[in-house]
Design a protein. Structure first.
Length: 762
């Protein structure tokens, strides 16, 4: 067997000019070519970041400041200067696409394809390479498998069954979410804190995790999280191997450093050591993925992690106008957890950011559509525009308005509203109620949520239906006695449900019927028990679907409307407006950006405030910064005074982020309102911002009142042991305090950390 510590067989690519080994720093400096070809066109800060090749370096790159050019030029400089072979550079990106583009750009810079860049890729692809080279050290055999999400869930269910854990009461998907979180934090089963080891199935989370990891090794497999956890464990437990890799990677470059999680951070720290030539490029103000494990603290403590590190700020923005940058910079300055920088536009002042109020979200959608129509009428391109929303349920009102007036659009990063999985599932239930012979709809939800009706039973029903020339639903009714006991029980209950719902069609409005179906079928409960990051968004989409039905008198009328909407021609015009979430917009840019829904509870999102308090608020503010800086020429922010929440009209309060916009860079438009909405007569308001905390009739007084002084933090009015009430979680007792962030033990929902402003004394 080959020595597992022997790295001589690595694909290093061609040796650098000047010898068989990489040049020393002094020799490399002497051998560097004249800087004019590679460094031409770089500004002074970019040039400095490229040339600073020795020692740790943090490049703090603001939005639109050319960070990708710095990264690729730096790599090209190292290669062209003979400072390292391609195989001796570790270059980490966050997507495979970014890795391919980086390699292509380096090739263009140095005049040819770059061969041998074995270690250019994502964290996970690099983890795969390490495990493939040292499989036996990791307790694996060569040719190990990488499980996808479905295989992971199946394996977890097997483990839980062996441990005699009821999967219905304790879903495997929830356990998978816990395991993924632990692996992202670099925690193996033996590393779990006692409080977390008992976080599932009555205190058995640690046992399930350990059994699951043993089972993975038995079947010679890893899951996605292991691609970080196992290399980390290998390098920690094999000092000689770690030292070999440290010698191998003469230079390390990391893109989007603010998005690293704990395991990725620890892996980089191990490989870099104390004196490694590590260059991290990122922007603390654009760290928006905390919900999937990213830790903004990683970039904030770079200088502490690497004593003597150099920090270079890229602050010359080549994307956005001065007014847009000033608005975004002033907003993000309210965050405490940031390194700080000031962006300067290189393309002039441009137009001010526009702030606009609307009576409700339907009026907001109409106004955006009207603006887009006007832009297109003036010769503008819809493909240069985008609508960025905080939550996917906001898209429905926009999509329906765009379809109504024939405005071409595309949804980026996901399907259109009525094509989303959870919405299609709900519609399938409603279609079967309306038409029991709709085979496709019935088959879609016959075992969703799980009812013990397997594929074999469904196949028998299909064969029976074809033989008799009847629908699948009718076949299910006739075949019920002949099915296995478990399938028979689940199907009998489902058929009884459909009979009951069908009898209620004429007795209740469509929206109430939909709510009843989602509740009684267990479909809503399925997503409530799901611990994945997307589950809450799916629930919000279901609520928006129910809400959308309120304007229809009959179920048949609503289903006909949906069919017409989904049949809208998408291929009519290649020029279309992009609709996406703010998270999906990171890295993109558009001439004109619309930002609807800037209301408390929606943006910042209430869940972020409830779950992580001040940290959640700061991440939401970073998301606002990212959203604004997607705009090159125009940014239009809007909010609605009224919005439907849980099927009840509520007065919406303008977002606190509106309070934090600088008045001198924002133009406020107020539109006079009547009972039926706004008239198209904008009134320009000038002066200060504030007043998000009090709803106003949009037809009376200034839209946003001036406030003499900014809000100040008030002393926390509560104390440990006090009983309080929270609108969502009910009654609880305060068990801990950290500033205005409370730890509360709720009577029915367990322990949560919540800002003091969101509770009241009971």
């Amino acid at each position: 067997m080959a020595d597992p510590f022997d790295l001589d067989d690595f694909d290093d690519g061609p040796a650098p000019a000047g010898g068989s080994h990489p040049l020393s720093a002094q020799a490399a400096a002497a051998a560097r070519p004249d800087p004019s070809p590679l460094l031409e066109g770089l500004n002074p800060e970019q040039r400095e970041a490229v040339l600073h090749t020795e020692g740790p370096l943090l490049v703090l790159a603001g939005a639109g400041t050319g960070k990708t050019r710095v990264l690729t030029t730096r790599l090209a400089w190292i290669l062209a200067g003979g400072m390292a072979w391609p195989g001796q550079i570790l270059a980490v990106t966050f997507t495979n696409k970014a890795a391919r583009e980086m390699k292509e750009r380096i090739g263009r810079l140095i005049g040819g394809m770059v061969e041998g860049m074995t270690w250019l890729g994502t964290f996970h692809s690099i983890g795969v390479k390490i495990l493939q080279r040292h499989a036996e050290l990791a307790g694996l055999k060569s040719g190990f498998s990488i499980l996808d999400t479905d295989d992971q869930l199946r394996l977890l269910k097997q483990v839980m069954e062996a441990e005699k854990i009821d999967e219905k009461r304790h879903p495997a998907r929830q356990m998978a979410g816990l395991i993924d979180d632990w692996k992202n934090r670099g925690l193996a089963p033996d590393d779990l804190p006692e409080t977390e080891a008992g976080a599932f199935a009555g205190g058995r989370a640690g046992t399930v995790y350990a059994s699951y990891q043993r089972r993975l090794k038995e079947i010679n497999a890893v899951d996605f999280g292991d691609l970080l956890l196992e290399p980390l464990r290998l390098l920690r437990s094999n000092p000689d191997l770690l030292e070999e890799y440290r010698r191998r990677f003469r230079y390390m470059l990391v893109d989007e450093y603010q998005d690293t999680n704990v395991a990725q951070y620890m892996l980089l720290r191990l490989l870099a050591g104390k004196n490694g030539n590590i260059c991290c490029v990122g922007d603390d103000d654009q760290s928006i993925y905390g919900w999937r494990g990213a830790q903004v603290e990683n970039i904030l403590r770079f200088e502490r992690d690497f004593p003597g590190a150099r920090t270079i700020r890229l602050e010359r923005n080549y994307r956005s106008t001065a007014h847009i940058l000033a608005a975004a910079s002033h907003l993000i300055s309210h965050n405490r957890g940031r390194l700080g920088k000031t962006l300067h536009s290189q393309i002039g002042d441009g137009e001010k950011v526009v702030l606009r109020a609307h009576w409700d979200d339907a009026e907001e959608a109409r106004a955006i559509a009207d603006d887009l129509e006007a832009l297109r009428g003036a010769g503008g391109r819809l493909s240069d525009t985008a609508v960025l929303v905080r939550a996917t349920f906001q898209m429905r009102a926009l999509e329906e308005r765009f379809i109504e007036i024939g405005l071409p659009y595309r949804v980026i990063g996901g399907p259109r509203f009525y094509e989303r999985m959870e919405v299609r599932d709900a519609l399938a239930y409603l279609r079967v109620i309306h038409s029991p012979d709709h085979d496709l709809a019935f088959e879609r939800i016959i075992n969703v949520p799980k009812r013990g009706i397997g594929a074999a039973s469904v196949k028998k029903m299909h064969a029976f239906a074809r033989m008799r020339g009847i629908s699948l639903f009718r076949a299910a009714e006739l075949m019920l006695p002949d099915l296995p006991a478990r399938a028979r029980s689940g199907l009998k209950a489902l058929l009884a449900d459909f009979a009951r719902w069908r009898a209620q069609v004429d007795a209740m409005p469509p929206s109430e019927l939909a709510e009843t179906v989602l509740d009684e079928s267990g479909y809503a409960a399925m997503w409530k028990s799901d611990n994945s990051p997307k589950a809450q968004g799916r629930l919000e989409n279901l609520k928006e679907l129910v809400r959308s039905m309120e304007e229809f008198d009959t179920l048949a009328g609503f289903l006909e409307h949906v069919s017409l909407v989904m049949a809208a021609d998408e291929a009519a015009d290649g020029d279309r407006v992009s609709v996406m979430t703010m998270h999906a917009a990171k890295g993109l840019e558009f001439d004109t950006v619309f930002l609807p829904g800037w209301e408390e509870g929606l943006f910042p999102h209430q869940r972020a405030l409830d779950e992580t308090g001040e940290a959640g608020l700061e991440e939401e503010r970073r998301l606002a910064y990212v959203a604004i800086t997607r705009a090159k020429r125009r940014a239009i922010i809007s909010f609605a005074h009224n919005r439907r929440v849980h099927n009840l009209w509520q007065t919406a309060l303008p977002s606190r982020f509106i309070d934090e916009l600088p008045p001198e860079h924002v133009e406020v438009l107020r539109e006079d309102a009547g009972p039926s909405g706004f008239s198209p007569s904008p009134v320009h308001e000038r002066g200060g911002f504030a007043g998000y905390g009090g709803a106003r009739d949009p037809g009376t007084g200034p839209l946003i009142e001036a406030r003499a002084e900014p809000r100040r933090a008030e002393p926390c009015p509560y104390e440990i042991g006090q009983r309080i009430f929270h609108q969502k979680f009910g009654y609880g007792i305060i068990t801990g305090m950290e500033g205005d962030r409370l730890t509360i033990e709720f009577e029915h929902t367990g322990t949560k950390r919540i800002m003091a402003g969101f509770v009241k004394a009971a």
